[in-house]
Design a protein around this ligand. Structure first.
Ligand code: PEP
Ligand code: CO
Length: 446
């Protein structure tokens, strides 16, 4: 294979990365991004890799979730806090159900680049480039908003940095102290539209965990440091290779090359071509990496992707995120699971029950039904059980706000107009996400 460098992807065909009209302006921003401090460290990335290796062994469960597309506008303390809270609460439910530690990974602090099915968008007689996420251009439907603007890369870095700073400050200052899980809900439950049964179920779960922690502490007579603060990692789709490459460096502890814009970058369904630029870039970074897979990926494709991205079958390296759709997972997963198992491949299997289940309403809104999402999760658990493999994590598009984007869990299609706020795909709202965590807990118990 040819030698790799952070720029070697530029010799390969690249999809979903439109060319910038002003290359000098782009290069100036990239040079600046290259000089600024990284957003995460190699130590953190290695810590996550060890945890993913344990998840591959069935000793941990991964919860990954957040917005489809983060926006600069929504970079606000309440929005970040609510997202962190729902992820923490879901993780609590999952810890209770799996009796395993949960690895928490946000789609956060960098999820500003979106692949699009169409490069341009037509409304009436006007046609402009599609909105590719706040890192590329802006969502308003005007020529100037949709023009690619390289200074947005610097703004993306800044917004990712302040988001991450706030998450670090919250988690370091006891916001999520596991000794007091009961603090995680107050005020939140008052506000949210949550049924009494769900509220009771959550209270019982958090009480159980609090008791277990106090018991452990009493018998070991020490504060259990590992349990007294929660760890939280970041992830985003590594779509904008200029942005990622500018923050790609050799770093301690291994002196290997890491992508330091996030802990866990992933390759999307539309950019995983074996001979394409994204696979070329990802093969050279030492992070744990995700790859989205659908019913369109043949078993052969997947094995060849694993050869390219993980030639040494390294523990903690590969996260395979399946997003087949509720009607395809049960039949489509078994051959894939069997082939990866037979090849002796060490991977963490995760289900993304969102991206294969997007539908349009008659009025043209993108939505997803709670039942389809639940079905894909249950079918994925069943397929893994049958194949003798482990479903080791879940991947959601969700928010801590009371949005109305997915149906089910209290919302019908007629409700969607009320607070449809997503810039891209429909997300589970707070109540739907919590309810989903209990459904997963149920599937695990089964
Ligand atoms: C996403 O995760 O937002 C996404 C675009 O997913 P996929 O690549 O699986 O379509
Ligand atoms: Co999406």
């Amino acid at each position: 294979m040819d030698s790799w460098s952070p720029a070697s992807w530029q010799k390969k065909p690249v999809s979903q990365l439109p060319p910038y009209p002003d290359d000098a302006a782009l290069q100036a921003v990239l040079a600046e991004l290259g000089r600024l401090p990284p957003l995460v460290t190699g130590w953190e990335v290695e810590a996550l890799k060890r945890q993913i290796a344990e998840a591959q062994d069935g000793k941990r469960f991964l919860l990954q979730g957040g917005d489809c597309a983060e926006s600069f506008q929504e970079c606000r303390p309440d929005v970040i806090t609510n997202k962190l809270k729902i992820l923490l609460q879901m993780s609590l439910v999952l810890i209770h159900a799996t009796k395993r530690p949960v690895v928490r990974v946000g789609r956060i602090a960098g999820q500003y680049a979106k692949p699009r099915s169409n490069a341009s968008e037509q409304r009436g007689n006007a046609s402009f480039p599609s909105y590719f996420g706040d890192m590329f251009n802006r969502p308003e439907f005007t020529a100037s908003a949709r023009a690619l603007d390289p200074t947005l890369l610097r703004r993306a870095y800044d917004h990712a940095a302040v988001t991450l700073n706030y998450i670090r400050a919250l988690t370091a200052s006891g916001f999520a102290d596991l000794h007091h899980p009961e603090y995680w809900d107050l005020s939140f439950f008052e506000r949210a539209d949550v049924s009494d049964a769900l509220r009771e179920q959550y209270k019982r779960t958090s009480r159980d965990i609090g008791e277990a922690l106090r018991f452990m502490q009493a018998i070991t007579q020490a504060k259990i440091d590992d349990l007294s603060r929660v760890e939280f990692f970041t992830s985003h789709e590594g779509l904008h290779l200029h942005y990622e490459a500018a923050q790609t460096r050799r770093a301690p502890p291994s002196d290997k090359t890491y992508c330091l814009s996030t802990h866990l970058p992933w390759i999307g369904e539309r950019t995983r071509a074996l001979d394409g630029a994204h696979v070329e870039y990802f093969r050279g970074i030492s992070n744990p990496i995700g790859v989205k897979l659908s019913a369109k990926s043949s078993t052969d494709d997947v094995l060849r992707l694993l050869d390219a991205l993980d030639p040494s079958n390294e523990p903690g390296r590969m996260v395979l995120i399946t997003r087949f759709g509720a009607d395809k997972a049960r039949a489509g997963l078994p051959p894939l699971l069997a082939a990866v198992k037979k090849a002796g491949r060490r991977v963490l299997w995760v289900t993304d029950p969102m991206h294969g289940n997007t539908k349009s309403t008659p009025s043209g809104l993108k939505t997803r039904s709670f039942d389809d999402i639940s079905k894909e999760i249950a079918d994925s658990f069943a397929a893994h059980a049958e194949a003798g493999t482990t479903l080791g994590g879940v991947h959601f598009e969700l928010t801590g706000e009371d949005v109305t984007e997915c149906t089910g869990g209290g919302l019908s299609e007629a409700d969607l107009d009320r607070n449809y706020a997503s810039l891209c795909d429909p997300r589970l709202n707070y109540r739907q996400a919590l309810e989903m965590a209990f459904r997963i807990a149920g599937s695990i118990a089964d």
